[in-house]
Design a protein around this ligand. Structure first.
Ligand SMILES: [Mg+2]
Length: 368
C-alpha cells in the first residue's frame, strides 16, 4: 500500500457520547462532579476501522460528525498530518481550543489507530519505542472521600498495582488538608505522595502550602498550586518552593503554543499534557518534542489507555496518570485496556493499533 499513492481514503466517521456516573461523588479544589462523558470515534478506511476517544462534553460528538468528518472524509488514512491540518483549519472560526481540540484529539487518535491497523502494527511499533513500558502513578483522592475511602484507594494503588507514587486532591477545604494528608501518608508509608490544588489558591497561599507539604508530609509533586494560566505565579512557586517539591501543570493545553508559552516561562518542573485534549497522538508527540528541547520531563494527564503507546515513544517521559475515573471506565468499556503490573503498564504487541476494542453493548446504557 505505501508507495502506491492514495489508497486508503477515509470513508466514514462515527461519534457517540456516553455519560458514565462516577462510583461516588467527586471533587477537587475548584470543581465537583458525579459523571464523566466519554466520546468514542470510529473511522473507516482501506477496509479497516480505527477507534479513538476523548473525555469532554457530549457537544463534541456532533462537532466530530459534522465539521471534522466533512474535512477528514476522503483524506488518505496514512497521511495523518494532512487530516490534522485540515481539522485545525476547519475549526478556526469556532475556536481551536477547548471543545474543538477535544474533538480533534479523538479523531486524531482514531486515525492513528486506523493507520497502525492498516499497516498491521501496534501503534507503539509504528511510532517507534523509547521504552517498552511506562510507569504509572495512582490518582484520585477526591476531597469528597471519607478517611476510609481515601486510605483504601491510595493503599490499593501501592499494594495492588505496585505504584511508586499516588496523587490526591487538596484545597477544597484547606483547613481539612493536614488531617487528610496525614491519613494519606499513613496509608502509603514511604511511597511518593503527590497533590493537586487544581488552581484553587493565590500565590502566597500556595507558597505557604508548599512549605508545609514538603516539610510535614514529604510531598514531592505540587500540581496547579495556582491557576495554570498564571505563569508568573507558577514560576515564582517553582523558584521559591522547597527544592524537593516539583511544580507541575499543563493539563489544559489544547495547542502547541500553550506548551511553548508554559515552557518558555520556566513555569513548571514537569510538563503535563493530555492527548485527549491537546490534538491526540499527534499533539501529544509535538508537546513531547517541546519538552525535550526544554530539558523538562513530560507526564501524561489522565486517559491512560489513550496515552500508552505514545508515552512509549516520547523522549523525555516521566509517567502516566492512573486516574481513578478513567481507569474504571477503560477497564469497563475497552477490551485490551492495560492492566497495572508492578507500577507499570505496557502495550500488548500482539494487538494492532491502540490495542483496544470498544464494548458497544456494555456502553449502550450510558449513551447520551
Ligand atoms: Mg490536575
Amino acid at each position: 500500500m505505501p508507495g502506491t499513492g492514495s489508497t486508503a481514503p477515509v470513508q466514514a466517521v462515527r461519534a457517540q457520547a456516553y455519560v458514565i456516573p462516577t462510583d461516588s461523588p467527586e471533587a477537587d479544589g475548584t470543581m465537583q462532579w458525579t459523571s464523566t462523558t466519554l466520546i468514542v470515534v470510529e473511522v473507516d478506511g482501506g477496509g479497516c476501522m480505527g477507534l479513538g476517544y476523548t473525555y469532554t462534553d457530549a457537544a463534541a460528538a456532533p462537532l466530530i460528525r459534522g465539521m471534522l468528518a466533512e474535512v477528514v472524509k476522503g483524506q488518505d488514512a496514512l497521511d495523518i498530518p494532512a487530516a490534522w491540518q485540515a481539522m485545525q483549519r476547519r475549526v478556526r472560526n469556532v475556536g481551536r481550543q477547548g471543545l474543538a481540540a477535544t474533538a480533534i484529539s479523538a479523531m486524531d487518535a482514531a486515525l492513528w489507530d486506523l493507520k497502525a491497523r492498516l499497516l498491521g502494527l501496534p501503534l507503539a511499533l509504528l511510532l517507534g519505542r523509547a521504552r517498552e513500558a511506562v510507569p504509572i502513578y495512582g490518582s484520585g483522592g477526591f476531597t469528597t472521600y471519607s478517611d476510609a475511602q481515601l486510605r483504601d484507594q491510595l493503599a490499593g494503588w501501592v499494594e495492588r498495582d505496585g505504584c511508586q507514587w499516588v496523587k490526591m486532591k487538596i484545597s477544597t477545604h484547606p483547613g481539612q488538608d493536614p488531617h487528610r494528608l496525614a491519613v494519606a501518608r499513613k496509608a502509603i508509608g514511604d511511597h511518593g505522595l503527590f497533590v493537586d490544588s487544581n488552581g484553587a489558591l493565590s500565590t502566597k497561599q500556595a507558597l505557604a502550602t508548599a512549605d508545609i507539604l514538603a516539610r510535614d508530609f514529604g510531598v514531592l509533586w505540587y500540581e496547579e498550586p495556582v491557576s495554570s494560566d498564571d505563569l508568573e505565579g507558577l514560576r515564582l512557586l517553582r523558584q521559591r518552593a522547597p527544592a524537593t517539591l516539583e511544580i507541575v501543570a499543563g493539563e489544559y493545553g489544547y495547542e502547541i503554543d500553550y506548551f511553548r508559552r508554559m515552557l518558555n516561562a520556566g513555569a513548571v518542573d514537569v510538563q503535563q499534557a493530555d492527548a485527549s485534549r491537546c490534538g491526540g497522538i499527534t499533539g501529544f508527540l509535538r508537546a513531547a518534542v517541546l519538552c525535550d528541547a526544554h530539558h523538562v520531563d513530560l507526564s501524561g494527564h489522565c486517559a491512560p489507555t489513550l496515552h500508552l503507546h505514545a508515552a512509549c515513544a516520547a523522549p523525555h517521559f516521566r509517567h502516566l496518570e492512573w486516574f481513578h475515573d478513567h481507569v474504571r471506565i477503560e477497564q469497563m468499556l475497552f477490551d485490551g485496556a492495560p492492566v497495572a503490573q508492578e507500577g507499570m503498564i505496557r502495550p500488548d504487541l500482539s494487538r494492532p493499533g491502540l490495542g483496544i476494542a470498544f464494548r458497544r453493548q456494555d456502553a449502550e446504557r450510558y449513551a447520551a
